[in-house]
Design a protein around this ligand. Sequence first.
Ligand code: DON
Length: 304
Amino acid sequence: MAFQDILDSIYTEVLQVENTGKKADYIPEIEKVDGDKYGIALVDINQKVFTKGDANEKFSIQSISKVITTSLIFSKIGNELWKRVGKEPSGNAFNSLIQLEFEKGIPRNPFINAGALVIADLMLEHFENPKEYLLNFVRELTENPTINYNQNVIQSETENGYRNAALVNFIKSFDNIKHQPEEVLDFYYHQCSIEMTCVDLAKCFQVFANNGVIPQSNKQFLTSSQCKRMNALMQMCGFYDQAGEFTFKVGLPGKSGVGGGVVAIFPNHYTVAVWSPKLNKKGNSFYGLETLERLTTETEASIF
Ligand code: DON
């Protein structure tokens, strides 16, 4: 497929759409980023990379990191994971507290903040040095040894993360967090602060397009069944209370972050990452969704 021509034309079309999104302002360090940045990177199944716009600039991947930590825990403990966190779409905002009380501290899924905090707790339990392990793993998947945590973003979230502090304490009151809340938050803010470019991100998610095999090394990271399940989770929960609309309009599993990044997977075909910091009201990149809707429409191909 002529991916470069498609990216070129989508990029021009999207820039003509008025961007009604707004940058996330509850993390001051993220609000500082230039809202007009816009990049796309597509990596096909043969590892060929196509780019457009600001595809080689680093941004904070934020919630996209939840897919990586969840898959690390899934590969480590298998289906035991589902005793601690659910696998149903939440239909609520990413930082909502509302379901937790009814559901006795078992978050609906690993991609809402509540679920990601439980996964962070599991990372502390199952890896000796989880921050180092996670960083090395993303460096391996992206083949980029310069990937790092952003200390300013960590500090900014630590100083302003009242909701996450509420969530982790509330879950701990149901005994579904084993470590100290501060330790869990510290790991969670590290994972969210990871910076990547669109090219890094599209490469990082190739493993989910490749039946769980890391293409660079041919290592089977997830079983094909686990890989299917990670994609199913992204389809159902990757865009929070906009997961239905994303499925309806784009038709691919994917994940967003409040840094303005979006990544989507077409198993056995490609991965694609878009970055544009202005978010719609559901906390998903406005141009990101405009771009991906056009991609599957113009290529007339999605998983459905
Ligand atoms: O915990 C938070 O609120 C952020 N570190 C991550 C939230 C996020 O990216 C939600 N995604 N759209």
